[in-house]
Design a protein around this ligand. Sequence first.
Ligand SMILES: O=C(O)CCC(=O)C(=O)O
Length: 276
Amino acid sequence: MVTSNLPALDQQSASLAEQFARDGYVVARGLFSPAEVEEIRALFAKMHAEGVPGHYEPRTVRDGVEDPNDPLYQYPRVMMPHRFNARAKHYMLHAGVRRILESLFQTEPVATQSMFYFKPPGARGQALHQDQFYLLVEPGTCIAAWTAIDDCDAENGGMMLVPKTNDAPIVCPDEANRGESYTKHFVPVPKGSKPVLAEMKAGDTLFFNGSVIHGSGPNRSKERFRRAFICHYAAGNLQKISGSYHPLTRMDGSEYEVEIQTSGGPCGEGWAGAAH
Ligand SMILES: O=C(O)CCC(=O)C(=O)O
């Protein structure tokens, strides 16, 4: 978003914060300009084509066995690109995202994670889960800013969220159906609730907190990718976070450290959190 749009965003941010407090999530429409979306799309296409050294997941995709025919084997997600690419870092610290996070956290945020998902046609999704299970931020929780780089809908595996789970306890997950999910954890939907699709256009950003139960189904389209640039944040006064998120990045781009979270969370000792 160009800086001149920020005053308009300030006018919207009260109503975005209201929806976020009510449902646990909210979509900021058109937060990234078409030019920004195009730059992000091209940046990761180039990284993929050139095989830029970085951290890609998952390489081992089906029941512990490498399957070169799995679309996610050919298009693994890019983990923490802000650590090795300056433009990815720039977009993790996006001015519009920052403005909304300041209003949701009521304080200055810090960035904890960036990821890029290609989700090509035929790719499995990510079963329902809660982000705070992995980040184990203390005190408080994390907030995700999930930016659509393609239009997202039911067919290409758009995001599903269970409304009003923003105060749900963080639970130790069950086993996911690995035919539909490339991740192994699954958090059941509370009785009386159901997941809702967040239909989004490229450039829209979905914000949700670390308790919200969310995930996505497979991309069942024949030729449409469902790319997303996904970053996580915490309030700047956090004291602890799981080890794989260190170092943190302040919104001015400088790095800093807090204590490593050693609590196992709801699965008990032995589970010290991991990148999700
Ligand atoms: O993009 C997706 O399909 C799932 C992403 C997600 O749930 C997450 O990053 O926590």
